[in-house]
Design a protein around this ligand. Structure first.
Ligand SMILES: C[S@@+](CC[C@H](N)C(=O)[O-])C[C@H]1O[C@@H](n2cnc3c(N)ncnc32)[C@H](O)[C@@H]1O
Length: 195
């Protein structure tokens, strides 16, 4: 978390204008009009702001208090400061969870627990978008932990959770100069039988 406290402003500046339209296009059409969305690890608030402008109801949170402050100013919307496992809401029948490049900082052996914790706030058949750097290793870089995943590893992590992969795809990084980095994206659905 220290990285996102020490570098909050530069991280905000570098990510707030990234065009995520191709990923919104995979997620938003699966949701009802005016759906409830949790933006988990929202960073700059870029995606929350987009969803709010489209008329969605958004609950946003991030574990970096500095990013929470910047995202609150940027979205003009309440953003909570908490970790994935601390996150709680009375509204546990959300239509969607958007976890863009955020769960990648959780160690692989904690991911099943983290996915399951967040999934409890989704309604049955709710939609969960997540993205990780594509790969199979766990690395430390600039004080940040990265769990890299491919579809097989992700399926294995989700085996004991209420979430199943509905669709997955790989892209290049959308930031200029980082086109060589690849990302694994997935849309997960919460089992209809899960409560
Ligand atoms: C690579 S950034 C992605 C931010 C944003 N979703 C985006 O796509 O630009 C990772 C974000 O996850 C947040 N984060 C890291 N660990 C977290 C945790 N355990 N709980 C909640 N947020 C966390 C960081 O503060 C940071 O904002």
């Amino acid at each position: 978390m220290k990285y996102y406290l020490d570098n909050a402003k530069s991280f905000f500046d570098n990510t707030v204008n990234v065009n995520m339209q191709m990923h919104y296009n995979q997620f938003l059409p699966l949701l009802p009009e005016g759906a409830n969305i949790i933006d988990a690890g929202c960073g700059s608030g870029r995606d929350s702001k987009h969803f709010l402008a489209l008329g969605y109801k958004v609950i946003a949170f991030d574990a970096s208090s500095k990013l929470v402050q910047l995202a609150t100013e940027f979205t003009k919307h309440n953003v909570s400061c908490c970790s994935f496992l601390e996150f709680n809401t009375m509204h546990n029948s959300q239509d969607g969870i958007w976890a863009c490049a955020s769960l990648l900082h959780i160690s692989r052996n904690q991911l099943t627990t983290t996915f399951s914790h967040l999934a409890q706030f989704l309604k049955p058949n709710g939609v969960f978008y997540c993205s990780f750097k594509y790969g199979s290793s766990e690395t430390e870089r600039n004080g940040r932990h990265f769990t890299n995943l491919n579809e097989i590893l992700l399926a294995n992590i989700l085996k004991d959770s209420p979430l199943k992969i509905q669709q997955s795809w790989i892209t290049s990084d959308l930031r200029t100069g980082r086109e060589n980095e690849q990302w694994q994206h997935a849309i997960l659905l919460k089992d209809y039988s899960s409560r």
